[in-house]
Design a protein around this ligand. Structure first.
Ligand SMILES: Nc1ncnc2c1ncn2[C@@H]1O[C@H](COP(=O)(O)OP(=O)(O)OP(=O)(O)O)[C@@H](O)[C@H]1O
Length: 450
């Protein structure tokens, strides 16, 4: 990976040399005056700049420094500029922040301290870049009118559904609960020639067996006790459009026979009715069950299966779509913040890590529910892992390689610090890292010695 670029604007040659060698993780570019700084920003687009306010031709004042700050921010507003406030000049530090500088440091330079500020500036710049990238993917990732994804696995599914939408075929969606089957079925309907007609969904698992038949086929007045008026079934209500049969594997065998007859003859009879009613609907169905095994066990009719499953589309689980959990989390954060009139700055890095580490057994529905609850309950300006109830006791997260490496790092640093009685230079040598790196590691592991 290319090193990140740090522009150092400094006219003192001694300091230039010192700073150039202080940053082993960055590509350091040096500029000695305003014009050189402007040229360097144009040529290298550094994410972070350290800027000495006293530049020639006004090395003892601040006019050139402020003009440089202004020019940089005008050219590249996202640049993190850290200004040096010389000789207790708090006033110019405050003014620089007000004019858009990211932070300031006091001269004479403490290399370790400046190193931390620079590192934090790069971190913030990275986060902002990541946010911009997410927003762009979010716009690009909105496929089939409402399905959010950036994962090729899911894009493939969406493209397949777009392709079959206009064909005269029955489509079966196979996927775990909460993977978005209904949303995809609706997308298929919207992409089909039937889009102007109704889309009717029925969850066959949610309706008691004895009511499912009348839900689907409707009934005539007086067909049974309580049938006080004639009621059209869902099949009829979908006339001209699409009927989505969710959890089709839960349809009991006798009703499977009736459904098959409808698919063959394209007419229905309401319960208690005598006249056949022709209906033109397209059936899209879904299940999380293994229908082939059910057929082998005699619990699902093979002939019905082949009628329903001319095209079978397998929907990947959320865990099988890399990056989608975080992408969807941002989407739901925006959606539920809007709905609840709350405003958040985003997700904390630990929330992002927890979201991408979690296994999501309940798929997108689980993620949506967690985000919805967190948006309502959270008190901070960014949602944290614990707002999402994805805390430290998350077994799957603690099994990750990153967690294991972090724990090993922390242990090694603690041991060496103890052995060297907190002598940072010696500890850094033993650990094989530079002093600023050790400093950073100690900070990120909360091992500061004072
Ligand atoms: N890719 C996605 N982009 C945006 N929202 C999604 C996506 N996938 C699912 N959702 C949302 O997640 C929720 C669950 O999706 P949906 O009801 O389509 O799942 P399902 O597979 O039909 O679940 P079940 O089988 O349990 O009925 C819905 O609120 C849906 O809008």
């Amino acid at each position: 990976m290319a090193m990140q670029k740090l522009l150092v604007v400094e006219d003192d040659e001694g300091l230039q040399r010192q700073l150039r060698w202080s940053y082993e993780h960055y590509e350091v570019i040096i500029a000695g005056d305003r014009q050189a700084a402007i040229d360097a920003v144009r040529a290298h687009s550094p994410a972070v700049v350290t800027l000495d306010l006293g530049l020639p031709p006004d090395p003892d004042g601040v006019t050139e420094g402020f003009a440089t700050l202004d020019a940089i921010l005008r050219m590249a507003p996202g640049t993190k500029v850290i200004v040096a406030s010389g000789h207790g000049a708090r006033e110019s530090a405050r003014r620089a922040i007000a004019e858009g500088a990211f932070d300031f440091y006091a001269k004479p330079v403490d290399i370790d301290e400046l190193g931390l500020i620079v590192r934090r500036a790069f971190h913030v710049a990275d986060l902002e870049a990541e946010n911009r990238r997410l927003e762009e993917t979010l716009q690009a990732g909105n496929v089939l009118g409402g399905i959010i994804t950036g994962a090729p696995e899911m894009m493939k599914v969406a493209r397949m559904i777009e392709r079959v939408a206009t064909a005269q075929v029955s489509v079966m969606l196979l996927g775990a609960s909460g993977t978005g089957k209904e949303l995809l079925a609706h997308g298929l309907h919207k992409a089909s020639l039937r889009a102007a007609k109704p889309f009717i969904a029925i969850n066959c698992a949610a309706i008691p067996e004895n009511l499912l038949e009348s839900e689907l086929f409707g009934y005539e007045r007086g067909a049974f006790t309580g049938a006080v008026k004639t009621q059209e079934g869902k099949i009829e209500l979908a006339e001209g459009g699409t009927l989505f049969l969710d959890e089709v594997g839960d349809i009991p065998l006798p009703l499977q026979v009736k459904l098959l007859r409808f698919l063959q003859e394209r007419v229905i009879e309401r319960i208690g009715g005598r006249k056949p009613i022709p209906v033109d609907v397209r059936i899209v169905c879904a299940t999380h069950q293994n229908l082939e095994a059910m057929i082998a066990a005699g619990r699902f009719r093979e002939d019905l299966f082949y009628r329903l499953a001319e095209i079978v589309v397998r929907i990947p689980t959320l865990a099988e779509r890399p990056g989608d959990a975080v992408l969807l989390a941002h989407h739901f954060l925006a959606k539920y913040s809007r709905e609840n009139q709350r405003s958040f700055k985003g997700l904390t890095p630990d929330a992002v890590a927890a979201i991408s580490d979690h296994g999501w057994p309940g798929n997108v529905r689980e993620l949506e529910n967690r985000m919805k609850r967190a948006v309502i309950m959270a008190e901070s300006s960014r949602l944290t892992a614990s707002d999402l109830d994805l805390g430290k006791n998350e077994d799957l997260a603690s099994l990750s390689l990153k967690a294991a490496r972090d724990a090993a790092d922390r242990m090694a640093i603690r041991r060496v610090l103890a052995r060297t009685q907190n002598n940072l230079s010696t500890a850094a040598k033993i650990l094989g890292v530079s002093r600023p790196t050790l400093y950073d590691l100690m900070r990120s592991h909360n091992l500061e010695t004072n």
